[in-house]
Write a protein that binds this ligand. Sequence first.
Ligand code: DP6
Length: 341
Amino acid sequence: MSLKLIHNETHCQAPSNIALIKYWGKHGLQIPKNPSISFTLDALHTKTKVKFHKKTKAEDQTVVVFEGKENPKFAEKIEKKLPLIYGDFPYLKDYYLEIHSENTFPHSSGIASSASSMAALAMCIAAASGNGEDKKLVSHAARILSGSACRSIYDKLVWWGKSPSLLQSHDEFAVPCYEAVDEIFWSYRDAVLVVSKSEKSVSSSLGHDLMHTNPFASARFQQAHQNIDLLYGAMRCGDIEHFGTIVEEEALTLHGLMMMSRPSFLLLEPNSVALILKIRKHRVLDKIPMYFTIDAGPNIHLLYPDFAKKDVEDFIQQECLDLLENKTFYLDSVGNGARIL
Ligand code: DP6
């Protein structure tokens, strides 16, 4: 493994991911309190180019140009995090980064971008020292930059967090796990129903912190261990219904935890609830195998197998559009992890 910079410009792409079992609660240096599992997405991704400049003076600090515009707030955030990965990439001490980044999804679309942007950045940094193919190393660094980013490194279905049920699982980096599950999940789809494009009212970091004082925290961590086993079992058998039931329970648990935190947060909006009710109603009425998950915001991710594509798209057109901000939704599917361009 080279610890020196060998390319002073790198260009990488990393996808967003959607958690099925949620990471919510952490300790130490972004070590998760429970294992999580996610689908790697395809269309929703970040492309990042990094130029590495030799540091000569104290003012030589990270510059971020996001979608063509300089973004000092983002640059400051990254500047603070970079020393945390000096252990992985010692050469970073001697360079400052000029980062040019863009997303395939609009910035203020209410879709989390930290996973894809931090995964793309970790990949660029690793690629600069010729270590872009060392996924464990890239995932390790991505985790330190933003927890969920460590899952965006691998293809299709990814597990992060130590669990007795998956021998190779680890708290410090994610591992791929799609090969063991039924192939129906390799081409699963995710329609992101955008209820609100506004910035999140609670940052993930604050949300994770709230778990330190949440009276239900230990029960939650135990439940996540049980749910990941049940989910993985259902996915191995190709049991879409059991899969969906657990995924919905995870999403609502995440929001339940936020509601009962001190201070309390209610991130679902009336239209999120209306969509949940419609999804459940039409799942039964029209026999469409679609289930929802939700991150720390009001937008709904509708998950369904490839064979249900037409039925789900008709359902969105006929039942959901008026509940979405400017009728916005994104059709995505399970895809591959970060790569060098
Ligand atoms: C609700 O990875 O954004 O999306 O580690 O503080 O950067 P930090 O948090 P982040 O948290 C993601 C929380 C979640 C669930 C998940 O993706 O597992």
